[in-house]
Design a protein around this ligand. Structure first.
Ligand code: NAP
Length: 303
């Protein structure tokens, strides 16, 4: 993403006192990136020994969470889950009034909104965040980190947060970062599962995964190019079959199911594709284009 709400890593920001609470694999990478960018960094972790390497690199280890929060003008929290966040920041010696909190712990959108309300009631300015990267790439442009919450808070700390990776502000709704996070995961697993299905099919004919991978990559990239046009159809709520009709896709899905069964590989995923298309066709959408399936995706499966 390269819009105005996105910043790639840079070393040029003014030093800001930063606190990192939670020094698991991810928290350690976050604290190391702040130190590398020249931000005075205070850390706290339940298991204090995980701070040793960071302390050797110049971090200050706070004795308590309350002390850690007081030390930084910006506090990052990155622990296992939101329950741990609330447990730590709800302790009696922690004063959130006037603090700026960025919660990079993974969770769902309801937890993000609820934690935002909770923190704001205690006087904190709160951004929720989602890290779509693994620890080794933190501090590089490859680390995509999404934020949601008040734009003014993001803008104030954007140069500092930029030490962690390519940071983006998605909007004022605190739940957005979590929603984008799971949406991205849905994309990732769908592409991987589709590739594995094809790989399983081809292996029955002696084609190895490495031979199929470049072809699969080309197909995935080609399909990705369809997204902007299909998105326009979804946003308009109109699905003229400009390229192919859903019933044509459904016939190809039947081949995929039959081929999978015939060669003895798992047909669950192809059957799921077909079941969803069949429902949309039964609802009268067979002559429309593929993205009309959004209607199946926007309601619970048993509706
Ligand atoms: P991790 O290595 O398992 O570390 C978990 C951290 O949470 C540790 O600092 C742990 O403290 C702390 N913690 C858990 N429960 C606690 C409690 N009740 N009180 C105090 N501290 C508690 O996990 P991680 O990989 O750093 O992940 C942290 C967050 O980043 C998760 O929400 C994860 O989903 C997210 N994330 C991780 C990755 C990744 O690739 N690692 C990628 C994207 C997002 P102790 O050290 O004392 O156990």
């Amino acid at each position: 993403m390269t819009d105005n709400n996105t910043t790639a890593p840079s070393d040029s920001s003014t030093p800001v006192t930063v606190t990192v609470i939670g020094l698991g694999l991810m928290g350690q990478a976050l604290a190391a990136a702040f130190l590398k960018a020249g931000h005075p960094t205070t850390v706290w972790n339940r298991t204090a020994s995980k701070a040793d390497r960071l302390v050797a690199e110049g971090a200050r280890l706070a004795p308590t969470v309350g002390d850690a929060v007081r030390a930084g003008s910006l506090t990052i929290v990155c622990v296992t889950d939101y329950r741990a966040v609330r447990e730590l920041l709800g302790a009696s010696d922690v004063d959130l009034d006037g603090t700026t909190l960025v919660n990079l712990t993974s969770g769902d959108s309801a937890q993000a909104r609820e934690t935002a309300r909770w923190a704001e009631e205690r006087g904190a300015r709160y951004l929720d965040g989602a890290i779509m990267a693994v620890p080794p790439v933190i501090g590089t442009a490859e680390a995509v980190i999404l934020h949601s919450g008040p734009q003014s808070v993001f803008e104030e700390y954007e140069p500092t947060l930029g030490a962690l990776g390519t940071v983006t502000h998605l909007g004022a709704d605190h739940g957005l970062a979590s929603l984008y996070d799971v949406a991205g995961l849905a994309m990732m697993w769908s592409v991987l599962n589709a590739w594995l299905q094809g790989t399983a099919l081809l292996r029955t004919a002696g084609v190895d995964a490495a031979t199929y991978a470049p072809f699969a990559r080309q197909i995935a990239a080609g399909v990705a190019d369809w997204l902007p046009g299909y998105a326009e159809q979804i946003d308009r709520g109109s699905f003229p079959a400009e390229v192919s009709a859903l019933e044509t896709d459904a016939r190809a899905m039947a081949h995929l199911v039959e081929e999978s069964e015939a060669v003895g590989v798992n047909a669950e995923l192809p059957k799921l594709f077909k079941a969803m298309a069949d429902r949309a066709i039964a609802a009268g959408h067979g002559g429309e284009q593929y993205p009309v399936l959004i209607e199946e995706f926007t309601k619970p499966a048993d509706a």
